[in-house]
Design a protein around this ligand. Structure first.
Ligand SMILES: Nc1ncnc2c1ncn2[C@@H]1O[C@H](COP(=O)(O)OP(=O)(O)OP(=O)(O)O)[C@@H](O)[C@H]1O
Ligand SMILES: [Mg+2]
Length: 265
């Protein structure tokens, strides 16, 4: 465990990590922890971006599911994209039994299709603060340690202005960090681009960025994964190969996706 010290800076309490060895949160996703030098840094927020079908939901759910089943860490998955029953059935396809996870009392699946959010939109008084407050309450009540927001793009439908978007994303990150949660924010990127976020601000706010690429080579798409940034930690800097298998996402940490002279970064 890292040593921690509370300091007063400008009237605010600042939690400073003085650790030599960081407190790591193991994803237990095959191969990924090796790219992360042992795991994610506890309490940090990570942007997980990639094009459609690249495995963002699968990878993010593995992080939560493994936390609940292997590490005794309660997890919250907020899906704004898919119906709950659909995500439960899709994940069963990979062997992630979310109903069994729910029975442990440590797994919480919140949301549903965009309908959940649009009901907020229809409510004149509604604003994004309501959603954040609801998440905050669940985290506190159930001692949640791992959170996924799938997806940040849909959440941002509620926010029209770029400056407001930046503030909102920062607010989500700060609240979850202060509650000690390690969080993935899922972000869809445009097909065939090397963009790492939708609005171009997300990657600067988050502590870490993991990008999934699908690179067109001949008649197929080659999946690549890169840890683009991880504040406070060293990490692998290359684009590695990954695959979506019948057991979920598997990363091949020793296989480089492209030859050294090619670069996507
Ligand atoms: N049993 C399986 N074995 C191998 N691959 C699978 C299996 N089931 C699904 N897949 C692959 O996983 C992909 C879906 O992954 P996932 O939903 O995690 O991607 P995503 O990046 O979240 O997509 P979206 O952008 O649509 O939300 C499918 O398109 C398919 O290629
Ligand atoms: Mg998805």
């Amino acid at each position: 465990m890292p040593k921690k010290r509370i300091e007063k800076v400008g009237g605010h309490d600042v939690l400073e990590e003085l650790s030599i060895g960081m407190d790591r949160v193991k994803t237990n996703i095959p191969g990924l922890d090796k790219l992360l030098m042992g795991g994610l840094v506890r309490g940090r927020n990570i942007l997980l971006s990639g094009p459609c079908g690249s495995g963002k939901t699968t990878l993010a759910m593995q992080f939560i599911f493994n936390g609940v089943m292997d590490c005794d860490e309660p997890g919250l998955y907020v899906t704004l994209e898919e119906r709950k029953d659909k995500i439960i059935s899709d994940m069963a396809n990979f062997g992630f039994d979310l109903k069994r996870a729910e029975k442990t009392g440590k797994f919480y699946l919140l949301g549903g299709p965009v309908a959940g959010i649009s009901s907020y939109m229809r409510n004149v008084d509604a604003n994004i603060a309501h959603i954040l407050r609801e998440i905050e309450e669940i985290v506190k009540e159930h001692n949640i340690k791992r959170v996924v927001i799938d997806s940040l793009n849909l959440l941002m439908l509620l926010v029209k202005d770029q400056e407001e978007r930046r503030r909102t994303i920062a607010a989500f990150c700060n609240v979850l960090s202060q509650l000690g949660c390690t969080a993935f924010f899922v972000s869809e990127t445009k097909e065939g681009t090397m963009d790492i976020s939708r609005f171009g601000v997300e990657e600067f706010i988050m502590d870490g960025v993991i990008v999934l690429y699908l690179v067109n080579q001949g008649s197929s798409f080659i999946p690549g994964i890169a840890v683009r940034k991880m504040r406070g930690s060293d990490h692998d800097k290359k684009i590695r190969v990954y695959n979506i298998t019948s057991n979920g996402v598997v990363v091949y940490p020793d296989e480089i996706m492209l030859s050294e002279k090619d670069s996507l970064l």
